[in-house]
Every structure is written in structure tokens, then in C-alpha cells.
Design a protein around this ligand. Structure first.
Ligand SMILES: [Zn+2]
Length: 364
């Protein structure tokens, strides 16, 4: 929303819009849909493995449509699809020359949808794949990669920047520092693997404190863990920091024994090429929309205001989250009404012999 003339004459400590991220978080939940990589991999527009968002260049119209689908389903944020569109990933697939073009194009697409729908417009940076805690030269290279992507995002006029999927707290801290060289709010989320600690062996509370200490406005977790193995970590985080907290699990039924989607095993299926369900055979583990809704309610009750779903998310998950938080996004117009179902309904117009048959076919 544009500022009024009166608002423009008052000086504000930060150039954050009156209805920007921090104000919205203070007022209640903010939902951010993620997980574009998995969605486009399923549809056949990018490759599992390197997971580079080439669809931004080859089929921008599909990226725009997916942004629209997620806003329709209840996302308050349109996050530019620049995840893994960084120098290292572009190099791995031999497309480093397209680095700036893919970033600017992804930002343009997201900006258009955000402005048309009134959603927040977010830039995105992520884990680089080159960070090595023991090698300071990599820290400089990582910061350079962040700076170039943040520069393109700032040029595009983003409302804030998401830096995500950091297993190393040290790399997350470099991301926070890079964003805080600009006046933009920083959302920093970590990816916690099997141990309940960062890869550089910090408790999640200690890692979050360090991020808050360098100015992160929101800290939390995204990816890797499903709802029920992320929730206990959120309790630890809530007591560690005063800033806003974020939680964007993957929509998979992870367990205490297999707490991450990369550790899930599927003994019931012998046909997965390398035997590991991650990343292309996770279908039997997908959470339904009601589980995602329940997670959102429990996380919000803990004080987590920045909520979303990561790899594997579909618009129905975002709608489930939004509705569980009391929202009614446009897609809710088509939320289920089983009273009109041919077999399981209760509507008077339904045929009694079908409804009677429905009673026979459900359950054992
Ligand atoms: Zn993810």
C-alpha cells in the first residue's frame, strides 16, 4: 500500500512501510508460502539434485501463476524465487552467466504479484554450499554472494529479505550482517538436521541469540523438519530471544526417530532408485492440510507469528494454515462442504440409496 502524503512528511526511524512486515507481525500472524522448488520439480520444470530455479528463465508465466495461487490460498508474502539462484549453484549447472538475469527476473515477477495483491514483497538469499567454519576465505566469498543478491533485491524495492535454510549458525550470521547493511528487515531461518543443534554445534537458542545480536528482526527455522519435530525447537527458541520467531516446516510426517525429511525411510517400497525417499519419493509422508493447520495453531500459541510451509507445500497447505489462524483467504470460497457429496452428504436433494451406500463403504 502506498504511503499517504501526510505519512511521507513524518520522519520514521526506519523506512519500513506502516503496514510493513514488522507492523504486521506485531498485529498477528504473517503467512509466507515457500517450497517452490519441490512444486516445480514435481511438475517437471526443474531438476532434483542441483535444484536451481531455472523455471524463472524458461517459464516465468508459471512462476507468476504459482505466486498468485499461494496468495489466493492465504500467503501474506510473495517471496522472489531466488532460492539457489546464487553464484555457486548457477556455476554447478553451467549457467553462471545468467546469474543477474535470473535474480532480476524472479524479483520482477514477485514484485508484480505482490503489488497487484497487496502482499508483502520479499527478497531471498540462502545457504551457499561453500561456507566452511574453518576457512575464513569462504566467509568472505559467502558475504560477497549475499551482497550481490541483496543488492538486486534492494534495487527491486523489496519490503524485507528472507535468508534461509542455514545449517551453520555462522553462515546465518553472515547473512544477517549482510542484510543489516541495508535498512531492510531481516528474516533469518535455520535448517536443523538430526541433532537438535546447528551444524557448528550450537544449541538453537544460542544460535538465535547470536542472530538477534547482529540485528535480525525475525529468527527461526525453515525446511528439513516436519511440523512435529520442529515444534519442540520452537519452545527453546521462544525463551532464548525477544524478537519475532519464524517457523516454516516441510509438510512431511517426521518422527522423533526420523526427525527430518532427509532421514525418512520407507521400508514399504523397494522401487526407489537409491532407496532414500528424499527428495522425489516423499509422497507417502505428506501431511494433510489439517495437520498443517494444527501446527500453525500450536506454533502461534507459542508466540510464533511468522508462519509458512517449505519444500513440499501446496496451496492447500497454505489455505489450511490460514483458516486455522482464523483467516478467510479467497480460496476459502471453495473450502470443503461435504454436505453435498453424493455418498457422504446430508443435503435433502441427495438420493437416499446413495447416502445409504455411503454408510456401507467407509471404514471397516
Ligand atoms: Zn525447504
Amino acid at each position: 500500500m502506498a504511503k499517504s502524503k501526510a505519512e511521507n512528511t513524518t520522519s520514521r526511524p526506519q523506512p519500513v512501510k506502516p503496514d510493513g512486515l514488522l507492523q504486521r507481525l506485531a498485529d498477528g500472524p504473517v503467512i509466507c508460502a515457500e517450497g517452490y522448488l519441490f512444486e516445480f520439480e514435481r511438475r517437471g520444470y526443474l531438476q532434483a539434485g542441483a535444484f536451481v530455479p531455472e523455471v524463472v528463465l524458461e517459464h516465468p508465466e508459471l512462476v507468476e501463476m504459482l505466486h498468485r495461487d499461494f496468495v489466493h490460498a492465504g500467503s501474506d508474502v510473495v517471496e522472489a524465487f531466488t532460492y539457489y539462484a546464487h553464484r555457486e549453484k548457477m556455476k554447478i549447472i553451467g549457467r553462471e552467466k545468467d546469474l543477474e538475469r535470473i535474480n532480476r527476473q524472479a524479483l520482477d515477477i514477485a514484485k508484480r504479484v505482490a503489488h497487484e495483491t497487496g502482499a508483502l514483497f520479499a527478497g531471498n538469499i540462502c545457504n551457499t554450499g561453500i561456507y566452511d567454519p574453518a576457512d575464513p576465505a569462504t566467509h568472505k566469498a559467502v558475504s560477497r554472494m549475499f551482497d550481490e543478491q541483496i543488492g538486486w533485491a534492494a534495487d527491486a524495492g523489496v519490503d524485507f529479505i528472507v535468508a534461509e535454510t542455514f545449517a551453520y549458525a555462522g553462515e546465518a550470521k553472515l547473512a544477517a550482517e549482510a542484510i543489516k547493511k541495508t535498512p531492510l528487515p531481516a528474516v533469518i531461518t535455520m535448517a536443523i538436521h538430526k541433532a537438535d543443534r546447528t551444524r557448528d554445534d550450537l544449541s538453537v537458542g544460542e544460535a538465535a541469540k547470536r542472530l538477534e545480536g547482529v540485528g535480525a528482526d525475525v529468527v527461526g527455522f525453515n525446511c528439513i523438519r516436519g511440523p512435529w519435530t520442529m515444534l519442540p525447537l520452537l519452545e527453546e527458541l521462544r525463551t532464548a530471544v525477544k524478537c519475532h520467531i519464524a517457523a516454516l516446516p516441510v509438510p512431511y510426517r517426521t518422527t522423533p526417530a526420523e526427525p527430518t525429511f532427509q532421514s525418512l525411510t520407507d521400508p514399504g517400497c523397494n522401487y526407489i532408485p537409491d532407496g532414500r525417499p528424499f527428495p522425489t519419493a516423499l509422497d507417502p509422508f505428506v501431511c494433510n492440510r489439517y495437520e498443517i493447520g494444527e501446527f500453525a495453531k500450536q506454533a502461534y500459541a507459542l508466540g510464533v507469528h511468522y508462519l509458512g510451509v517449505c519444500c513440499g507445500a501446496g496451496p492447500h497447505h497454505i489455505r489450511g494454515m490460514a483458516e486455522a489462524l482464523g483467516r478467510k483467504p479467497p480460496a476459502s470460497q471453495y473450502s470443503p462442504d461435504m454436505s453435498k457429496h453424493i455418498l457422504f452428504g446430508s443435503d435433502k436433494q441427495l438420493k437416499p440409496h446413495n447416502v445409504a451406500y455411503g454408510e456401507k463403504i467407509y471404514g471397516r
